[in-house]
Design a protein around this ligand. Structure first.
Ligand code: ATP
Ligand code: MG
Length: 254
């Protein structure tokens, strides 16, 4: 059941006002139900990859297929949580969560009902009428994630969702995200700078190493599921971690 949900066929992309390309005839393939992390130095093109998948940027050459199809307009075909996703401070938690449904034209009352059910499931029951400023960092990220899930898409793109969290909250959010993923069977693409986070969460890890990137380096994570944090101390994982850190370090030295 290796159904491809995100596929790049020889995709090239350069920003209009820029001389260096970001992608150069890149192929990639993410299958249904996979959890794939993307790591790479700052400025290597990770967020741009997501902006291309969402349709916010348009490829110069090549084809991008979502769920096996080329879409004239890709906007709205995937759930996207941008880097530094911000909740609207003047909207309540319920209003923030229901936003994607309202944007799709669902009646406000129905949108709220649907959002409220999910808020409970995400441990945010009772916070519907509060405002983002009343929530902790981890809770805000859960609301942002919920908004992404409410897009209704089977593909979720999460751009460094936990980077602003303290280490302990971050660990519990990672466990929480895995639970959600196992329960909902989405396909997740996840950008992070944290090698441990990528190893703990993913089936596969893509590494942005060149610029423009022609071929993403790729590793499989040799861990079964369910996982625990202590799995990260297994010798094969420690070796892989060193390999990944070296790949990232090479990029900085160049
Ligand atoms: N709107 C834009 N116009 C022109 N160049 C851009 C634009 N957005 C990003 N870039 C450039 O494209 C390259 C890739 O940027 P991108 O944001 O994809 O990197 P990133 O890997 O997500 O970095 P970070 O880890 O810091 O978030 C960088 O050189 C950046 O300066
Ligand atoms: Mg980025």
């Amino acid at each position: 059941m290796n159904k491809s949900v995100v596929e790049f066929q020889k995709v090239s992309f350069t920003y209009e006002n820029s001389e260096t390309g970001v992608l150069d005839s890149l192929n990639l393939n993410v299958n249904d139900g996979e959890f794939v992390s993307i790591i790479g130095a700052s400025g290597s093109g990770k967020s741009t990859l997501f902006r291309l998948i969402t349709g916010l940027e348009k490829e110069n050459e090549g084809r991008i297929l979502i769920n096996g199809q080329v879409h004239q307009n890709r906007l709205g075909t995937v759930g996207y949580m941008p880097q530094q996703d911000l909740l609207l401070p003047w909207r309540t938690i319920a209003d923030n969560a229901a936003l994607p449904l309202e944007l799709k034209g669902m009646a406000k009352k129905e949108a709220h009902q649907k959002a409220a059910e999910l808020l409970k499931g995400f441990g945010l029951g009772g916070y519907e009428q509060r405002f983002p400023s009343d929530l902790s960092g981890g809770m805000k990220q859960r609301v942002s994630f919920l908004r992404t899930v409410l897009s209704g898409s089977n593909v979720l793109l999460l751009d460094e969702p936990f980077s602003a969290l303290d280490a302990i909250t971050r660990l519990s959010m990672q466990e929480w995200l895995l639970e959600q993923w196992e329960k909902r069977k989405h396909t997740i693409m996840f950008i992070t700078h944290d090698v441990n986070e990528a190893l703990f969460l993913s089936d596969r890890i893509y590494i942005f190493a060149d610029q423009p990137v022609h071929k993403l380096k790729e590793v499989q994570v040799p861990l079964r599921r369910p996982r625990t944090l202590s799995d990260l101390n297994k010798s094969e994982v420690l070796e892989l971690k060193e390999h990944l850190i070296n790949q990232l370090r090479m990029k900085v030295v160049q």
